[in-house]
Design a protein around this ligand. Structure first.
Ligand code: SAH
Ligand code: DHB
Ligand code: MG
Length: 223
């Protein structure tokens, strides 16, 4: 049996071709991640469409995102909202933020997206200190080592029913490496233990294969 990465990618492309409409602004945004320090690590088009469907299915009007990059996932989520919707997205990299802002304008969602530059944990704590309204949906997709801290801050910024999506929790199976020297892997493992022990959350995680290899995302609901 052949189960090479090429086959996963080919099927992903087939599914995207048939099911997901990526317009020019989104395609340009995806390509523009080449102008950032970490090209190509945005979500795939079918994951973007999944996030958009979640926004619509939950009726989210306030979305918080950790990790903007070129704004690809932000645009998918912002477009799934009405004009009264708001996405607050956090990124540490001013150069990426400049690319993202350009993309938000081109995609017609600049009014709906607030981009805060700085370490995401500081920005999240600033949101808490400002007494900002709770968010309906949170997408955590920044540096993986800090994911446990992002989850804690997200819980403070949540209400019962808030949906939390966390990207990249499988990492080609590296999540099983308990002695891993990689702080990203340890971050994901700590995250799993936090959620396991936290009665405020109902959660699951699904493995994915496709254009970005073998990974997975975690889906949680604040009770
Ligand atoms: N969600 C985006 C991809 C984000 S990539 C999409 O799917 O389109 C991860 C981003 O996290 C990068 O842009 C990087 O600059 C940012 N990042 C890394 N460390 C960070 C930190 N400590 N605080 C905030 N952002 C950080
Ligand atoms: C990396 C980060 C991501 O958010 C992702 O989806 C894939 C890879 C990375 O840091 O390598
Ligand atoms: Mg990711």
């Amino acid at each position: 049996m052949v189960t090479a990465h090429d086959d996963f990618a080919a099927v992903d492309t087939y599914l995207i071709d048939h099911l997901v409409h990526e317009d020019q602004a989104l395609a340009d945004t995806r390509l523009s991640s080449a102008e950032t320090a970490t090209p190509g690590i945005d979500v795939t088009a079918n994951m973007g469409a999944f996030l958009a469907l979640l926004v619509q299915m939950t009726g989210a009007t306030r979305v918080l995102e950790f990790g903007t990059l070129a704004g690809y996932s932000s645009i998918w989520m912002a477009r799934a909202m009405d004009d009264d919707g708001a996405v607050v997205t956090l990124d540490i990299d001013p150069a990426a933020a400049q690319v993202a802002r350009r993309n938000f304008h081109a995609a017609g969602v600049a009014e709906r997206i607030q981009l805060r530059i700085g370490p995401a944990l500081e920005s999240a704590h600033a949101l808490i200190d400002e007494g900002t309204h709770p968010f309906d949906l949170v997408f955590i997709d920044a540096d993986k080592a800090n994911t446990p801290h992002y989850l804690e801050a997200s819980l403070t910024l949540s209400h019962p029913g808030t949906v939390i999506v966390i990207d990249n929790v499988v990492r080609s199976g590296a999540v099983l490496e308990q002695d891993s020297a990689d702080p990203d892997i340890q971050g994901i493992r700590t995250l799993m233990e936090l959620i396991q022990a936290d009665e405020r959350l109902s959660a699951t995680a699904l493995q994915t294969v496709g254009l970005k290899g073998w990974d997975g995302f975690l889906l949680a609901r604040v009770n």
